[in-house]
Design a binder for this molecule. Structure first.
Ligand code: PMV
Length: 295
């Protein structure tokens, strides 16, 4: 059995695609995969929304040959039983966690040891099925299982002397990471100067957030999240629903809030000292809410 936790991006999504840094953390919710030898090989989903946008079958067709090319012919005799606590397509790393957990469960079954970098490299190949050409932040933070600074495919652990509470509110699956990344690319091509300026401002926020996390300045971490959200709005990846959920969080005591992941739907994260109260507020407003601690 193998488990991989989901993730949130605290700062720097989209900018990370252009070589700027981002900060991401694993969350408490996970994907569990049990691999076993069987006469009925393949994938059995207990409750994983492999692809909330409906092209799951096509993705599954690509998954088996990809696993075979990474782990060999022996994969053709294996059944993977998948259970997930991470809603799919909502910017919480559900596909990257599945990628990491599939690799780990197979290695576990074969009695093979691989280091984190090797697991990360293999998971990237699977992640490409779901996301085309991802920056790598999702599966890297998930394989590292920590709070990381990520830039140009390299991860560094961030020390966090004061862990903080995050509440995640989920609006539903977003329109797709690839689509959102392409929309930002089009914006960059149409208006390079302004878009570069926005990406640089996001990078400044990411640098300042690392400093705030390391010094335990939680209030500044939260304020920087809110500033990052505004800049993601300027990149065109927020939505009125995400904006209003961030406002709802702040109106209910959150110190800061932002969308997390690709945007265009998906999830927001809010930093708060009262996670139970805020989660109840989101639920009352009709949204699924998850709680996690960062650090
Ligand atoms: O797939 P998501 O929603 O977790 O978004 C990934 C973060 C992006 O920066 C938007 C894309 C990437 O590849 O880094």
């Amino acid at each position: 059995m193998a488990k991989a936790f989901g993730k949130v991006i605290l700062a720097g999504e989209h900018a990370v695609v252009y070589g700027y840094p981002a900060i991401a953390s694993v969350i408490g919710q996970s994907v569990r995969v049990e691999a076993s030898y069987t006469n009925t090989p393949g994938f059995e989903f207990e409750n994983h929304h492999l692809n909330a946008r409906g092209d799951a079958e096509q993705l599954l067709e690509q998954l088996s040959p990809k696993l075979q090319s990474l782990l060999g012919e022996r994969i053709s005799k294996v059944q993977f039983k998948i259970t997930s606590q991470i809603p799919g397509g909502c910017g919480l790393g559900s596909s990257a966690a599945l990628s990491v957990a599939l690799i780990r469960s197979a290695l576990d079954l074969f009695g093979e040891q691989k280091n984190t970098q090797e697991v990360t490299d293999m998971a990237l190949e699977i992640e490409k099925i779901f996301h085309g050409n991802p920056s790598g932040i999702d599966h890297t933070v998930i394989a590292e299982e920590s709070l990381i600074w990520f830039q140009e495919n390299k991860a560094k652990h961030i020390q966090c002397p004061k862990p903080f509470n995050i509440v995640i509110a989920i609006t539903g699956p977003h329109a797709g990471t690839l689509k959102a990344v392409q929309a930002v690319r089009a914006r960059y091509e149409n208006n390079p100067q302004a878009t570069k300026h926005t990406l640089e401002a996001i990078a400044d926020i990411t640098h300042n957030m690392r400093e705030a996390i390391q010094t335990g300045d939680i209030k500044s971490v939260a304020t920087l999240m809110t500033e990052n959200h505004k800049l993601l709005g300027a990149l065109g990846v927020s939505t009125p629903e995400l904006d209003s959920l961030c406002k709802l969080a702040i109106d209910n005591g959150a110190l800061g809030a932002k969308l997390t992941g690709a945007g265009g739907g998906g999830s927001i994260i809010a930093l708060t000292h009262e996670p139970n109260r805020l989660a109840a507020v989101f639920k009352q407003a009709g949204y699924q809410a998850l709680q996690t601690v960062v650090g």
